[in-house]
Ligand binder design. Structure first.
Ligand code: HPA
Length: 256
């Protein structure tokens, strides 16, 4: 891994990858262990795999379970982040399949977003709820860790990919996709990408002070951004090749 200074801890960095739709297992690493973790806030979405990839230890969690079955609004985001912390994760790289709103965000495009607008509701979205931890208010001015974002951009380059270094990520509730009017509103709000799982995940990582960034793969034009309706066949086709590129980028990130 390059460009990620471990300033506050003498520990070796341990990157955790949270895989989303299309990335329920990681083929790169040589598996060394599987962790069946239970946290004070429940079980994470899947067993957590530990492996070695390009000489680095790595953790992998499938956000929607393996096989893919947990809908975005039912993911236990708190248990996922807590479990990764319990296993010693020092950085979290999220992988998110998204719809493209900005003209640059065409199907197959990979972006490393820099901002978030949260449109989700009814999700357990904090550790500081007065029960698990006393009430507190964290800063989220920059929801993604800039050093990790830059490392992802370098990794993209090393993997020979053209990666967008920006993106305002709109987190919607799902599991349905949006209406045209909703996408018009998100665009008016300044959003470039739309997905269902970016929040509360990013905020929870920040609450535990774990640097967090995302690799977004655009798998369809958002509603109204193409002539037709959005089909799962179209999404699956993009995931087929796109997630291979995301894997290459992750492999490059871990390379010493
Ligand atoms: N909208 C919301 N989430 C998504 C989309 C979309 O168009 N595509 C993939 N995840």
């Amino acid at each position: 891994m390059q460009d990620i200074p471990v300033v506050t801890s003498p520990m070796q960095p341990l990157i955790a990858i949270i895989g989303g739709t299309g990335l329920t297992e990681l083929e790169g690493p040589e598996l060394t262990q599987t962790h069946d973790i239970n946290t004070a806030l429940g079980k994470p979405s899947s067993l957590i795999q530990e492996g070695t990839w390009n000489g680095q230890r790595v953790l992998f969690l499938a956000r929607h379970g393996h096989p893919h079955a947990v809908p975005p609004h039912k993911v236990n985001y708190r248990a996922n982040i807590l479990a990764l912390q319990q296993l010693g994760a020092t950085h979290i790289v999220a992988v998110n399949a998204v719809g493209g709103i900005h003209s640059e965000m065409v199907s197959g495009r990979i972006a490393v977003p820099h901002q978030i607008v949260d449109y989700t509701y009814g999700r357990e979205n904090t550790f500081f709820d007065g029960d698990f931890r006393p009430l507190d208010h964290i800063d989220l001015t920059h929801p993604y860790d800039e050093t990790l974002r830059q490392a992802l951009m370098v990794a993209g380059k090393q993997a020979g990919l053209s990666v967008s270094d920006f993106g305002v990520y709109a987190a919607t509730q799902g599991p349905r996709l949006e209406t045209i009017a909703e996408i018009v509103r998100l665009e008016r709000d300044g959003c470039d990408l739309v997905g269902m799982t970016g929040m509360p995940e990013a905020a929870l990582a920040r609450e535990l002070n774990i640097p967090y960034a995302s690799i977004c793969l655009v798998v369809n034009p958002a509603a109204g951004k193409s002539d037709g309706e959005i089909t799962m066949d179209e999404i699956r086709a993009v995931i087929g090749t796109g997630m291979g590129q995301v894997r290459d980028m992750l492999g490059a990130l871990l390379e010493k």
